[in-house]
Design a protein around this ligand. Sequence first.
Ligand SMILES: [Zn+2]
Length: 443
Amino acid sequence: MDESWRNELQEFLAIPSVSADPAHREDVKQAGEWVCDFIRRAGGSAELTPFGEKELALGEFPASHDPDNAPTVLVYGHFDVQPPAPLELWESDPYELTIKDEWAYARGIADDKGQVFILLKAAQRLVEQNALPVNLRFVCDGEEEIGGTTIVDWIASDHVGADAAIIFDAGMLRIDVPAFDLATRGLVAFDVKVRTGERDLHSGMYGGAALNAIHVLMRLFQSVLAGPDGRLPEPLRQGIAAPTPEELAAWATLPPGSDELRDQGARALDATAAEQFYTRTWAEPSADVNGIIGGKPGLRNTTLSVQASGEFTIRLAPGQEVDVIGAAAEQLLRAAAPEGADVEIAWTGSPPSLFRPDAPAIQLGLDAFEKVLGVRPLLVRSGGTLPIMRALADKGTATIFTGFALPESNLHSPNERFLVRYFAQGVDTAAELYTELGKLPTT
Ligand SMILES: [Zn+2]
């Protein structure tokens, strides 16, 4: 890596911007200031701006020519990092950029400071060459690692908008196999409480005559879980947006689902689950019971329990809505409760997101990656939940969510690392991406 790049990046990585630890609050701000300083030094304007209870690094580079008629691209990244613990498992100082063989090591080097650096360096290059064809708006937050939603509120309240958005906070499927994430699943989380009497009872005296709260809870959960075919009950399948043929063709080239399960020591849910691994986890809803409290577990006893509670979550498929599925699940749960059981249900959720693969920004993005890397990114989805993606989808902003991290980058773990050559290739790719997006029609 170029000596001057190395020094700049080291400055950014050295700031211990651990958002989870209140003791590092000032460091998080300082990392945001670092982003703003970089943008100003590179010829843009930027300010660490208070928003709600936190602050965002907001910066702009106007297009080199005729910015009033140039497309606008929003670039998001985060400048906070995961705590480095356990420190004893690090082979180098987590806040010292260390290069060993083909890897560069430091906390945040892949998630996400190294990738923010790539996007900034690419902007700087095009500004210097007087060749930036788009207006770039940088918005970075310092609470991504703690699930903060300041960025979501900011996007909802932003009236300037953008013709496309770029997020480099993801990775390749494996070395030199880039991918764009076009969708995320949503989440509805339920707390369920059951009461079936005043006090616990002797099963010898009342068993067979009195309601058992644990049994009621089991019946409730049974009503919302997948059947033998692996599918959730029909009311929980409303609104699913089917993947496009282009996406299905890309998924068919991925490693077999049986490998994905085996590598994690997992066992298939049913006979077709492995074969349908990618559609099941990316394009279908799923439900999981996450915890149950009731009775006297671990002790042989003969108590008939009258209280039980549990948590379960539904991952929503792209296309589904929190309110519709939350209400449908509550109805199924209540319908499964026998006469005499008091059932309390509370739920809250976060919506899924979905971007069209044929959107011009996505196609231009694929072209840019292919030009530099020689391989067209695969169109994939994420089974997890990412509120910023939905906020951008709601604005109609086509979003290129991708990146250069790798499965072996040790994200959120000791010895976080990034392939050294991906800094140069990443900056080339990001510069090509900004350039290609210059072809977007302006709104
Ligand atoms: Zn991240």
